[in-house]
Ligand binder design. Structure first.
Ligand code: GDP
Ligand code: MN
Length: 349
């Protein structure tokens, strides 16, 4: 068997590798999916794609979390498709409700205002609980205690390419802590005070920022303002220790006390992205440019023919979002001084 693999060190340089079907030791890693029972059938598409393209070769476990009990149907059908062990957990009420310090009237007024302004999910309570849970609580669920690494999967996603190497082992071997496929700019109206709150936190805790952090991915004026770039968190492969650690624990608590998950509509994507970019060394963040990925409405599709055809991708490179001007992909490669693939400019609009 052969596969084209993008090197973590040199950006878009790839090498062709041969491999034997995997039988060796595995990382302590799991897929993790937060879902409602009603998400079952759109989730199956995602599971099928992840199993066919990757996990049938490695048999990693899969943890499902829900704010309500999963039905027997949900458990039976998902476990039939998954090659690893499946585990089903209930989110504790404290992790899916308004904290005591939140002013309910103020939060309700904000939802009404955002509804009038037609801000996406602006009037939703459950979406806010979801964002807060994915920001600060999923990694504290006891079912995740057994693991060092996770890969987040949502309903209705697709992997476009074969993945014949162990991505978790890749992370461990290359000292990576956080990885993404697609990056994009956030709607400013959902996070008006997130950056100010973050700056206040940084001023209190400069010790959490390593010298070689990636602030220049987040800000074009040395931290004055946020350029809205973030990693799309519907896909994440990351170290659980990143979130369990002291820096992120303090940061999440600071954000939670500020109330922006309810008084605004802070998303877990900008929260995770800001934290990873500030608290990690820049070369601990990896772009998986070789997987091929889809979550409505954007595709990642390797534009390099050798990578795309060699890895049996089933996507149209004209639809690749990575180098588009609304994406922050180009910025990531620029600030980290990584080479971009030939022809990326033709995919930038
Ligand atoms: P979007 O991608 O931002 O449009 O948001 P999604 O609707 O895909 O939700 C993000 C993730 O959270 C998905 O995995 C959903 O299945 C899950 N999710 C969203 N809302 C809820 C909820 O109220 N309860 C549960 N259990 N899961 C939810
Ligand atoms: Mn989604």
């Amino acid at each position: 068997h052969e596969q084209y693999v993008l090197s973590g060190k040199d950006g878009y340089k790839y090498r062709k590798v041969s491999y034997e079907p995997y039988t060796g030791p595995k990382e302590k890693a799991t897929f993790v999916t937060l879902a409602r029972n009603s998400d079952l059938y759109s989730l199956l598409e995602s599971i099928k794609s992840v199993e066919d393209r990757f996990n049938s070769k490695f048999q990693y476990d899969w943890v499902f979390l829900n704010d309500e009990e999963f039905t027997e149907e949900f458990k039976n059908v998902t476990s039939a498709l998954i090659s690893g062990q499946t585990k089903y957990g209930l989110v504790p009420k404290e992790h899916w409700s308004f904290p005591s310090w939140i002013d309910q009237d103020k939060a309700a007024a904000v939802r009404e205002e955002m509804r009038a302004k037609k801000i996406i999910y602006g009037d939703s309570i459950s979406y806010r609980h979801m964002c807060r849970f994915e920001s600060g609580f999923f990694y504290r669920h006891p079912l995740l205690d057994d693991y060092d690494w996770y890969w987040r999967v949502e309903p209705d996603i697709k992997l476009h390419c074969d993945i014949n190497y162990d991505v978790f082992k890749f992370m461990a071997d290359n000292n990576k802590k956080y990885a993404f496929t697609i990056s994009i700019k956030e709607y400013e109206a959902t996070i008006p005070t997130l950056w100010k709150t973050t700056r206040d936190f940084m001023a209190l805790h400069p010790e959490y920022l390593p010298e070689n952090n990636m602030l220049d991915f987040l800000s074009d004026d040395d931290g004055e303002s946020y350029n809205l770039c973030h990693f799309w968190s519907n896909f994440e492969i990351a170290s659980l220790d990143l979130w369990r650690g002291e820096a992120y624990s303090a940061y999440f608590e600071y954000l939670d006390k500020a109330g922006g998950f309810f008084y605004e509509r802070w998303g877990d994507a900008p929260v995770h992205s800001i934290a990873a970019s500030l608290f990690l060394e820049r070369d601990q963040i990896h772009h998986f440019g070789d997987l091929g990925y889809y979550h409505v409405p954007f595709h990642q599709c390797p534009i390099d023919d050798d990578v795309r055809l060699g890895n049996r991708c089933d996507c149209d490179p004209k639809k690749d979002f990575t180098w588009h001007s609304y994406s922050c992909g180009s910025k990531f490669y620029a600030v980290n001084k990584l080479p971009r693939p030939d022809g990326w400019q033709e995919h930038s609009s």
